[in-house]
Design a protein around this ligand. Structure first.
Ligand code: SF4
Length: 289
């Protein structure tokens, strides 16, 4: 379980407690991937996702989609959070000195945000808040997604709007074989369909690939699996709208899923070696360990 923060406790990269500021939809984290403070917008307070990644840190994860949300409450919570960050003393009170910079607002949280019926509305609420606090173009808006809903027109519209806000899509790609995706993501989608969704995202908005790799029973991903993954990156690198980077990372916090005990983090050296192979495909990589 994530460690509960007491009021006033500092945030850290190993602690992403959604209750850190006692709000329903909005939570701040110090993010390794963002390199500073990320304000999360959780459209899945019901802990529902259409995938079941073995490394997922959502407690009591259930299969499903995002619920109806209270848009007025989301807008108020985001306003309060940004007020405290931009004009208050939140950074001094809650954030380690090295990370006192607001990096992004991230549609993330306890499930897959693109399954929410309110994704488009949430992006408009974020747009208004950025405008109000004069953060438009200075703070990124990130959609952290497994990409599985990118063939839906409503989700594509939302991603198009995201792009107009200095937005980014962080698209999950942990494996490039059907067996690999079923094992790590609990998804029965095909690689071809997922690749088509990834290309769609990259045509609509700046898209980064987020890849989380782990060791199973102490063993890293197989060479066959890695070759399939690198082959796909090589093909994507040749696209006109190629993904702009790969964010490569491993476990940082304990998973909350049934096979958690079999999973462990990969070493700095292992990630660095793979990072060099990824770079050779033509897509820049940022190794986050
Ligand atoms: S897609 Fe995200 S929220 Fe869904 S199971 Fe995977 S890690 Fe968890």
């Amino acid at each position: 379980m994530a460690v509960k923060l007491t009021d006033g406790a500092q945030l850290g990269v190993t602690n992403h407690d959604r209750d850190a500021v006692a709000k329903r939809y909005v939570y701040p984290v110090v993010s390794r991937r963002a390199g500073g403070v990320s304000v999360g917008v959780n459209l899945n307070p019901n802990n529902a996702c259409n995938w079941r990644c073995q490394y997922c840190q959502v407690p009591n994860l259930v299969r499903g989609k995002g619920p109806l949300i209270d848009g007025q409450l989301l807008a108020r919570e985001l306003d309060e959070m940004l007020q405290d960050i931009v004009h208050g003393d939140f950074m001094l009170r809650r954030v380690p000195a090295h990370a006192r910079q607001l990096k992004d607002i991230a549609l993330s949280g306890n499930g897959e945000p693109t399954t929410s019926p309110h994704l488009g509305e949430a992006i408009e609420i974020i747009a208004e808040a950025l405008d109000h606090f004069e953060l438009l173009g200075r703070v990124a808006v990130v959609l952290i997604t497994n990409g599985s809903m990118l063939d839906q027109p409503k989700v594509q519209d939302a991603v198009r709007r995201l792009s107009s806000l200095n937005g980014q899509v962080w698209f999950k790609l942990d494996a490039a074989t059907a067996e690999g995706m079923e094992r790590i993501n609990g998804s029965k989608t095909t690689v071809q369909r997922q690749l088509a969704r990834l290309r769609r995202a990259a045509r609509l908005c700046d898209t980064l690939i987020q890849t989380c790799l782990v060791a199973w029973d102490g063993r890293p991903p197989s060479e066959d699996e890695l070759r399939a993954y690198l082959d796909i990156l090589g093909r994507l690198a040749d696209d006109q709208n190629a993904p702009s980077a790969v964010l490569l990372y491993t476990l940082a916090r304990p998973p909350q899923q049934p096979d958690a005990g079999r999973l462990s983090a990969l070493s700095h050296e292992w990630l660095g070696d793979l990072g060099r192979r990824i770079e050779a495909t033509g897509i820049p990589v940022k190794v986050i360990d």
